[in-house]
Design a protein around this ligand. Structure first.
Ligand SMILES: Nc1ncnc2c1ncn2[C@@H]1O[C@H](COP(=O)(O)OP(=O)(O)OP(=O)(O)O)[C@@H](O)[C@H]1O
Length: 430
């Protein structure tokens, strides 16, 4: 009644199911969620509301002495909590603040729609660190200068580079991405700057490079820390003079390209030891954006989980949507994610693929923590049979011994897996 009197449009729900139906049908900015809803658990309702792509903010209403539960709810993505009995003034002030903040985030929503319109990835930004990065991106996107994005592998450097491009004045021109360490020096040289006919064996025709392809637009150079000194010199020239020289050519060509470079190495330290050209670094790093690893912005783990969950649910259409239990979320939250967002996506994708129902619980979250360090290089060339044995063992241990999951991952039926296991146990006595 109080909120109604203040001019808010209030709808009430007596059960969690009712609340979910309202959130599904109407535009809701804020849910005030009581932790005790008859037999239903407020935390479950919270997770289910948060699983929606465009979910409302959630404030938990909790009884005195249940603050622990409220804190848990905050970890699951609730915005705030209020302890009963509610003081009218406090309620109004807090609700006012939340709605104000939500209005500000409309700006971010616009950004997201903008990205969708251009078929760019939406950047899930609910961690404070990511929000700050997006605010910076908004400020610098239209300044036509190079940008250096640093951060660990999988942290989202390319996502940010694409966002900068889509908000820049070059948005309707091309965004060309190149991974510098995937190519040898010579190939990278001709890939970037092009080559003329006869420049090297096999160069039967002249070929423009990626700088020319990106003319008018943005060139994203990933792993820029790994390029050789001679390429560094060429890059410097391209940045400084807007000029490139195709391999084998005596002439230079003008290009108008904004370079966004990314690295997971500390180029400033490398430049101290002379491994990296300082002048190039000064050019590239006028605007530097540092993306912290996921473990240093843990609040983002929930936001990204919700984002990928909503994306998965959108993909499956009318089927029963996936849910992720609070236990599973805690497991995701506790892990350190050395492979950052990329690792989180693949762990979630694996869980969606292997879960037996539509509810993902902690056991369905298989984190491949030891995969790399338990892999042993075989001492000899293995026979096909030995490869199969080793692979089945690996997948089984990845699935913590669960044969149903392992058989799905292996793409065979459970009975085939069991038959193979029988044979395999006989084969080496284990
Ligand atoms: N904020 C985010 N919102 C949505 N998806 C993200 C976000 N950050 C990263 N991703 C996803 O995580 C994966 C890795 O991101 P990206 O390729 O941008 O990382 P990177 O830092 O460029 O990695 P590398 O250094 O290995 O090239 C991609 O699938 C990307 O879509």
């Amino acid at each position: 009644m109080l909120l109604d009197k203040e001019g808010h449009n209030v709808t009430d729900a007596n059960t969690g199911e009712q609340a979910l139906a309202i959130v599904a049908e109407q535009h809701v900015d804020l849910v005030m969620l009581d932790m005790r809803l008859g037999r239903e658990n407020g935390l479950d309702i919270l997770s289910r509301i948060r699983a929606r792509g465009d979910h409302p903010e959630i404030v938990i209403i909790t009884a005195h002495g249940e603050v622990d539960e409220a804190v848990c709810a905050m970890k699951l993505g609730a915005y705030d909590y209020l302890v009963k009995p509610l003081a009218p003034d406090e309620l109004l002030i807090r609700v006012g603040k939340i709605l104000e903040k939500r209005a500000q985030s409309q700006e971010l929503m616009l950004l997201r729609e903008e990205a969708a319109r251009r078929h760019e990835p939406y950047v899930a930004s609910q961690s404070e660190a990511m929000r700050e990065i997006i605010r910076r991106v908004q400020r610098i996107a239209r300044q036509d200068m190079p940008v250096l994005i640093t951060g660990e592998t999988g942290a989202g450097k390319e996502v940010i580079a694409r966002l900068i491009h889509s908000l820049s004045t070059r948005a309707n021109k091309r965004f060309v991405a190149v991974n510098s360490c995937a190519l040898t020096e010579n190939l990278l040289d001709s890939e970037l700057f092009g080559h003329v006919r006869g420049a090297f064996t096999g160069a039967n025709t002249s070929q423009p490079g990626l700088f020319q392809e990106a003319d008018g637009g943005t060139l994203f150079l990933d792993e820029i820390g790994d390029v050789t000194q001679s390429l560094q010199a060429k890059l410097l020239r391209a940045l400084q003079e807007g000029e490139i020289r195709p391999v084998g050519s005596t002439k230079v060509a003008k290009v108008n390209v904004r370079v966004i470079a990314a690295t997971n190495r500390d180029l400033w330290t490398l430049s101290e030891t002379g491994e990296y050209r300082k002048d190039l670094l000064f050019r590239l790093g006028v605007i530097e954006i540092k993306i912290p690893p996921l473990r240093q912005r843990r609040d983002g783990i929930y936001a990204l989980t919700d984002f990928f969950l909503a994306r998965q649910n959108a993909k499956i259409g009318d089927e029963k949507p996936f849910e992720i239990t609070p236990r599973a979320r805690r497991k995701l939250y506790m892990y350190d994610w050395p492979g950052n967002v990329r690792e989180l996506t693949s762990v979630l994708e694996r869980s969606f693929a292997l879960a037996e129902g539509h509810v993902i619980d902690a056991e369905d979250i298989i984190i491949n923590q030891h995969a790399t360090d338990t892999y042993e290089e075989p001492a000899h060339d293995m026979s096909l049979h030995e490869v199969e044995v080793a692979h089945i063992r690996r997948v089984l241990s990845l699935c913590e011994g669960n044969q149903v999951k392992a058989s799905r991952l292996l793409g065979i039926s459970r009975s085939t897996l069991q038959r193979k296991l029988k044979f395999l146990n006989g084969f080496d006595g284990r």
